[in-house]
Design a protein around this ligand. Sequence first.
Ligand code: SF4
Length: 336
Amino acid sequence: MTPFAYVRATSLADAIARGGASATAFVAGGTNLVDLMKYQVARPSEVIDLNALPLRAIEEREDGGLRLGALATNADTAYDLRVQTRYPVLTSAILAGASAQLRNAATNGGNLNQRTRCYYYYDVATPCNKRAPGTGCGAVGGFNRIHAILGASDQCIATFPSDMCTALAVLEAKVCVTGPEGDRVIEIGDYHRLPGDEPWRDNNLRPGEIVTAIDLPAQGFATNHTYLKLRDRQSYAFALVSAAVVMRVEDGIVREGRIALGSVAHKPWRVAEADALFAGKPVDGDFGDVADALLAGARGQGANDFKLALAPRVIARACTQAAHGTPQIQSDKRIA
Ligand code: SF4
């Protein structure tokens, strides 16, 4: 690990003032950053600890929604009774991720800003345009089992691994940030980026900006929802393909639906045309057209070609479960 200075921010203003420099890094739970520092992937000269800031609360909003503090842990968020009852797809997604120990330390802000799990990104002996711009991409033509089938570029085919953010995508959450230029709110769909020609940029945070909260709207889709995660083993593995689905169902007919895929692209993958196909379907209808719209343009990279066959099955099963109001508990592998 490269030597670094450690400072504890005493206020948001203090953190913002310190965080503007390029060689600084903010830390909260540290469940990703510390690994990156050990691997020499991240080499900040100064680490600014945000844990003393008052960003840990989960609070009611006047519009009937809920505000999740950026420093609230993933565990505190998942087990908050209001989240469990009003936004169960979020609880399910969070509990599908990592391990209990990691969820106890990892924060909501850190979950948003975690880096890809591309093997080459973590191996400084290999080329990687995300870690070292201009060096190439080891995963293109390499071992790319966990990589993207949608939205990739010839510069980077990495995926964004978050379960939590896939659920936030269908809930249409908003990310509250503050920084040197003041406060702003970013729609979750605009927060993460596709790699394009700048694969080193995972999201649209500006230099020195800090996530302060995640706002959930009042509509939580508490009755018809599911988060389905397919992975190599049932516990403690990142998704190969996941799907968050929420629906509003009346009289056996889907009136509104939203779906996002996780671990297939550089951000949670949503397609407006796919969501539009839900309205009017009977709950026991066929969701193949949703899969076709969502996966339009999907392309394998070799070792991940299996995702092209897996994704439509995940979509069909997740949509069926959500439509019938039988969300899958992550410890229950039966097909509803
Ligand atoms: Fe780096 Fe992206 Fe290529 Fe992985 S896929 S090696 S993160 S450039």
